[in-house]
Write a protein that binds this ligand. Sequence first.
Ligand SMILES: [Zn+2]
Ligand SMILES: [Zn+2]
Length: 350
Amino acid sequence: MSKVMHAIVIPEVGKAEVREYPMPACDPDKLLIKNEYCALCTYEQRVFNGVHHDPLPIIGGHEVSGTIVEVGEELKGKGWEPGQKVVYGVTHPCGVCYHCRNGNAQACVNFTNRKILPGQSIIGSGGLAEYAMGTPHSVFKYYDVSAEEASLIEPVSCVVHSVESVNPQLGDYVVIIGAGIMGLLHTELCVHKGACVIVVDMNTERLEHAKKIGAKHVIDPSHENTKEKILEYTRSLGADAVFDTTPIASVAEECVDYLGQMGKLMIYSGIYPDHPISVSPHKIHKKAISIMGSANSNEHDFITASKLVSEGIIDVKQFISGIYEAKDCQKAFEEAPGKFRNIIHLNFED
Ligand SMILES: [Zn+2]
Ligand SMILES: [Zn+2]
């Protein structure tokens, strides 16, 4: 009889529970990983809350850290050992499409959360299972930080992709809309890039947080005119770059107005509901503006994110809102909205 493992699944909207599945046996070309901590991202929350309709039951969790417990036969002697602390990701790209093979797995045309990953019994990214399997191209070592912190390497990798796509230059005026975890990670990275960062949010506490991690200016649209303030802070130039980390379509529309000549707008967040926006094509032409998007991350982004966190260049501890035991998964999901990150400790022994 095969051994059993546990997994936190969403069997129906509004419900999370621990279920038992067959334990994966390690494939010869893979690494078997015991998952340790998994953060609940907006995606998992949207599935839980019924905003995003993936088929259920599903094993969510893609912001996850773990330890290698078994090295596949073909990988022995190739730098992988049981006991190594790792994070993994990029498991959803197909690996065979044009973009995957061209080094852009984040843009895979067959990317899906709806497949059953090797070793799992049901669909989903598998980070909330007790064990998972990964091929070396999707497994990344980390060092010198706790496993809780390491679970946040994945969101850092997505922000690395976004920031490197825009590539702000020293001294650039960068506006970041939203001071949730994604806005603040953008703030940290853009400050490191030597940009003059301006953060916009209506939450005073989060604006204070943005200042603490290096934002030069903050704007609260509940009592300030965002466009006027941006012009003031950018010495009438307008922004070189705007990162919109909010899910609101009308905000993306307003962001175009914050850009200066040759400014770049990055639409980082998924937009719910996805209302079309109105943008002047003439203005895009005349000001030589770029409007771009970013989603997911690739191997390079993961390696960079792992170094940023392992070497203490980026502090992710500040984004851990709460740590929950696996048996309290329902509570962890219910209490996740509005927090930076609720993290589940994947310990299934009682
Ligand atoms: Zn995520
Ligand atoms: Zn692909």
